[in-house]
Each structure stands twice: as C-alpha cells, then as structure tokens.
Design a protein around this ligand. Structure first.
Ligand code: URA
Length: 200
C-alpha cells in the first residue's frame, strides 16, 4: 500500500516537503506532469532554472527537444505519458543531485510509480537510470535496452541535455524512442499513439 493513496494527497504533501536542503533554495516543487492514466513514465534528474520557475518538468531547451522526440513517435506530455524527476526540487547551479537528496526524495517517486502503475519506465540520463535500473548502469553502452524489474519494463536513454551538448548523439537517442514506440505497441493496452502530423 503506498503512503498516499491518491494523487491529490500525494501532491499536497509533496509541495510541503522539507526533507532535504534543496527546500531552502527552491521556488517550486516540481511534482510531475501528464495524465494519471499514462502507461509510460519518463524520469529525469531534477528541475533546472526554468522548471523551478514554472513548476513543470522539462520546460527549458532540453524539454523542447524531449517534446520533439516524444511527438515524433506519437507521444505527448498532456495526452499519453507522465514525466517526473528523481528529485523534485532544483539543485543550486544545476549541479547533480547529491545521493542523500535523491534518497530523501525517492519515496515520492516510488509513491508516484505505485499510483500510476506504468507498464514502461524510461530513465532520462545516468542519475535516474542508476537509481531505477542498476547502480552501475552505463548510458553509453546500455541505452535503449529494456530491463524487466519488479514487473515493469525499464529503459535508460540519454538525457536531453547530453543530446543538446553533443548533437551527434541525436541518432542514438531517436533510435531509443523508436524502440520505445515498438515496445508500447507490444505491451501497452490503452496508449493511443498520436499521428505525428498533428504536431507539424
Ligand atoms: N532536467 C531534468 O532532468 N529534469 C527537468 O525537469 C529539467 C531538466
């Protein structure tokens, strides 16, 4: 049984969280975005400056790139995927979250997973892949592979910020989204893929 059994009480409590030092410098707690019926969950690392200001994950340049990749394979944050982060408050100067911050935040993510009950979890970048898939996950070698963990399929791929830094990685990244689309067709029961022409 999860600690919070509905999204309203989970969100209300999460917005009040003071379990680690990130609460001192945050403007907003970035809980997540997307329909609560989504069968696919994306997990990033933690909010950056724009996300902290707006209270929504992936709304900066990395988020625009993520939206493009999602749209290209028929997915959309408002319609058929949920997007959250390993930590819900912005680490100052966009540093990596410290292990104790990720640890303090983990029960929120776990509660979100239990409420959403996704068929597929996609980890964006090393921090969430090491947390969710295995501590020694290597994004360069293991991206795009599906692992069955606790009855769910999990895949790690590059973080959009890494693709922005090195556009040569776009091909690999996009191939992972194509593999995801194939897996959705195989295992998801009510995810309707959107015609990418709708976003053109
Ligand atoms: N990077 C992340 O990992 N998450 C966000 O929400 C924004 C940038």
């Amino acid at each position: 049984m999860p600690e919070y059994t509905d999204w309203g009480s989970l969100t209300a409590a999460c917005l009040q969280c003071r379990a680690c030092g990130l609460c001192e410098t945050r403007r907003n707690v970035v809980v997540g975005v997307g329909p609560k019926t989504a069968e696919i969950l994306f997990i990033g690392e933690g909010p950056g400056e724009n996300e902290d200001k707006q209270g929504e994950p992936f709304v900066g340049r990395g988020g625009q790139l993520l939206d493009l990749a999602l749209h290209a394979v028929g997915l959309d944050r408002r319609r058929n995927v949920y997007i959250g982060n390993a930590v819900k408050c912005r680490p100052p100067q966009n540093r990596d979250p410290l292990p104790e911050e990720t640890e303090a935040c983990a029960h929120w993510l776990q509660n979100q997973i239990e409420l959403l009950n996704p068929k597929i979890i996609v980890c964006l970048g090393r921090v969430s892949a090491c947390r969710m898939i295995k501590p020694d996950f290597k994004v360069t070698r293991e991206h795009g592979q599906f692992f069955e963990i606790g009855g769910r399929l999990m895949m790690g791929t590059l973080h959009p910020a890494a693709v922005l830094r090195d556009p040569n990685k776009k091909g690999d990244w996009f191939a992972d989204f194509v593999a995801l689309r194939a897996k959705i067709r195989e295992v998801c029961t009510h995810t309707e893929l959107i015609d990418p022409a709708e976003f053109a």
